[in-house]
Design a protein around this ligand. Structure first.
Ligand code: PRP
Ligand code: URA
Length: 224
């Protein structure tokens, strides 16, 4: 088993209850590049899509399969196909970056959108858009947002999905703060959380340290 620079054993995914930290070497490598302030928006967008797809591999590990009859060029076969619907729901804006990669991996998935931004003074989510497929409650929902900071946005989004009848919700982010994880698991103890990293802390403005800065701004170049 590979060793990390801190001497600890590396595994593909470590799980603490319902919290899964996906520390696969490819994910760790790409996350470092995404964190680097020198990484430009075009590269940053590509990285978030790629990491989204890699994490989706773990998030969907236990989804249901159906047996279907097909003809190979050689003979008849009963083989596995994903049971649909599976719905990917990014929290706008920044969730779009990772959702693109997941939808590339599962083109049959539906997409829903939840528009929310964080009021930077009160650190409370402000909802501005919602468009969810009618069938959303019939299958797993992958709720995507790169940053789980105070946890307010994730909490509001999970609550919204529950009011729409969703019972199989999986929350996927790139970087979580310990505070955000505590808030989300405190409110929803059975919610599975998948992340590439749990960082050290939040700063006084509610930003994750060391983090990667403002994910939406870095995706879409809105800092200048
Ligand atoms: C960011 C991020 C989360 C939220 C996390 O979005 O993408 O949605 O902040 O913060 P919280 O855990 O404290 O709620 P932001 O509000 O900056 O909107 P944007 O994606 O449109 O940039
Ligand atoms: N939103 C971000 O984009 N980054 C953070 O570190 C916290 C909230």
């Amino acid at each position: 088993m590979a060793k990390r620079s801190d001497g600890k054993s590396r595994v593909g995914a470590t799980a603490n209850g319902r919290v899964h930290v996906i520390d696969h070497p490819l994910v760790a490598h790409m996350l470092t590049e995404a964190r680097d302030r020198k990484t430009r928006p075009d590269r940053f967008r590509r990285l978030l899509a790629q990491i989204g797809a890699l994490l989706a591999y773990e998030v969907t590990r236990d989804v249901q399969l159906d047996l279907v009859a097909i003809d190979t060029p050689m003979e008849k076969l009963r083989a596995c196909r994903l049971r649909l619907p599976i719905t990917v729901v990014p929290i706008l804006r920044a969730g779009l970056g990772m959702a693109e990669g997941i939808l590339d991996l599962i083109p049959e998935a539906h997409a829903g959108h939840i528009g929310m931004f964080r009021d930077e003074k009160r650190l409370q989510p402000v909802s501005y858009y919602e468009k969810l497929p009618l069938s959303i409650a019939k299958g797993p929902v992958i709720l995507v947002d790169p940053m789980l900071a105070t946890g307010g946005s994730a909490l509001a989004a999970v609550q919204l999905l529950k009011t729409r009848g969703c019972t199989d919700i999986r929350y996927l982010c790139l970087i979580a703060s310990p505070e955000g994880v505590a808030k989300l698991t405190g409110e929803f103890p059975t919610l599975p959380i998948y992340t590439a990293a749990i960082d050290r802390e939040l700063d006084e403005r509610g930003y994750i340290l060391p983090g990667l800065g403002d994910a939406g701004d870095r995706l879409y170049g809105t800092t200048d």
